[in-house]
Design a binder for this molecule. Structure first.
Ligand SMILES: Cc1ncc(COP(=O)(O)O)c(C=O)c1O
Length: 409
């Protein structure tokens, strides 16, 4: 396998180390091939909000697996899942299931462009923010050049300039950057896509009023607001960041928690927009394994459990407990953020509001901290640019152990 892994960040390259190989997970813990035990805050990069090997998901999967694992035809389970998503996520009136977050975002962008370009064929450009990751589809794999708003340049060989020419980059949490782009390309912006809380450059919440600003400016220009809630969906609140901050996007993408640990993604939104998707409408998108019975079963079981009263209050309490404890214990300037079951900590003396601010982070200090914590049985994401996740299974004793370990790390 290239680099020994099936997804790059797993390789521990950003901390100049080599990865741990896991063989088992239960609740808040993981065990490696040498039987070392870790308290896990990676949660498979977000999905495992109920902890590993949840007994209800396990039981549901065992039952369903006996009836066949894929039909490529409509099932009751898909309909139950669609109903659950529509119930939980405030702006979603209609939904399509796919197999990953990348697929969800790719499809959502095609949908946005299909929708706006039918009115105005020139309305095809997408504004994306520096530091937001939306999966590895060509048009979004771009990094910022210099300046406030720069035409995207490919971030990976193999992505052509043509593929990214309609992607325009902006600084997150900076309203002027977006206003300038709308002024520069009148009638050409199809949509604005963002992680409403950035989880791929640490954990960066929106400044007060910022999401409201994006809602207003997109509506004023007949452009669509797309929340990529692959990470924040069912994670910062049951209804995602849109519920937590009370701002409704036109299209939402989902992944991670919605699959309960199996490969699932989804995109949804206003009925009028979603009716564009084939076979209801002309925008083509399909999938052999989309709505797969096992994936729907794990996802549905997970979605039902996270609706327990107080689930998110408790998750956020734990994240705050952990992060506040670490801030007190660690003898270095630390910027910390918590949003529902998601948290971030950055070795920096300056607050971090966007990707440019995160260049102030002391990466060497992070590496030292990371390896020391790993040695003490704490598994954080192996990069200074990733969010952490608490699960329903972390106990206060687990968190106390982590805080104590962080003291000398
Ligand atoms: C916000 C966001 N969007 C999209 C993706 C891509 O999802 P996947 O890895 O399931 O393709 C990720 C993955 O980390 C993500 O965090």
């Amino acid at each position: 396998m290239p680099g020994g892994v099936n997804s790059p960040v797993r390789a521990f390259k950003s901390i100049d180390s080599s990865p741990v190989f896991f063989k088992r997970g239960k609740g808040a813990y993981l065990w490696d091939e040498d039987n070392n035990k870790y308290i896990d805050f990676v949660a498979s990069w977000g999905p495992m909000i109920l902890g590993h090997a949840d007994p209800d998901i396990e039981a549901a999967l065992k039952e369903v697996v006996e009836s066949g694992t894929s039909f490529g035809a409509p099932t009751r389970l898909e309909n139950e899942m669609a109903a659950e998503v529509i119930k939980c996520v405030p702006s979603i009136e209609m939904v399509r299931m796919v197999n990953s977050g990348t697929e969800a975002v790719m499809s959502a962008l095609r949908l946005a462009r299909a929708y706006t370009s039918q009115r105005n064929p020139k309305q095809t450009k997408i504004i994306k923010f520096k530091g937001c990751y939306h999966g590895h589809a060509d048009s979004l794999l771009v990094q910022a050049g210099s300046g406030v708003a720069t035409l995207g340049l490919p971030d990976s060989p193999g992505v052509t300039a043509n593929a990214t020419q309609d992607t325009i980059l902006a600084d997150y949490n900076n309203p002027d950057a977006v206003t300038e782009i709308f002024e520069k390309y009148p009638g050409e912006i199809s949509g604005v896509i963002l992680e409403p809380v950035i989880g791929n450059a640490g954990c960066i919440p929106p400044k007060p009023g910022y999401l409201e600003f994006l809602r207003e400016i997109t509506s004023a220009h007949d452009a669509l607001l797309i929340f990529d809630e692959v990470m924040t969906g069912f994670r910062v609140a049951l209804g995602g960041a849109q519920e937590k901050f009370g701002v409704m996007p036109d299209i939402t993408t989902l992944g991670k928690v919605i699959g309960g640990g199996l490969p699932v993604g989804a995109y949804g939104g206003r009925k009028e927009i979603m009716q564009m998707v084939a076979p209801a409408g002309p925008m083509y998108q399909a999938g052999t394994l989309s709505g797969n019975p096992l994936a729907m079963t794990a996802g549905l079981t997970c979605l039902k459990k996270i609706q327990a009263p107080g689930f998110y209050d408790e998750l956020e309490r734990k994240a705050n407990y952990l992060i506040n404890g670490m801030k007190q214990a660690i003898d270095a300037p630390l910027q910390t953020t918590v949003c529902g079951g998601m948290f971030g900590f950055a070795f920096s003396s300056e607050p971090i509001h966007n990707f440019a601010d995160s260049s102030n982070m002391d990466i060497e200090r992070f590496k030292q901290f990371y390896l020391s914590m790993l040695e003490q049985g704490v598994y954080f994401a192996p990069s200074a640019y990733e969010a952490g996740f608490v699960s329903a299974q972390h106990s206060d004793e687990d968190l106390d152990q982590v805080i104590a370990a962080s003291k000398n790390s």
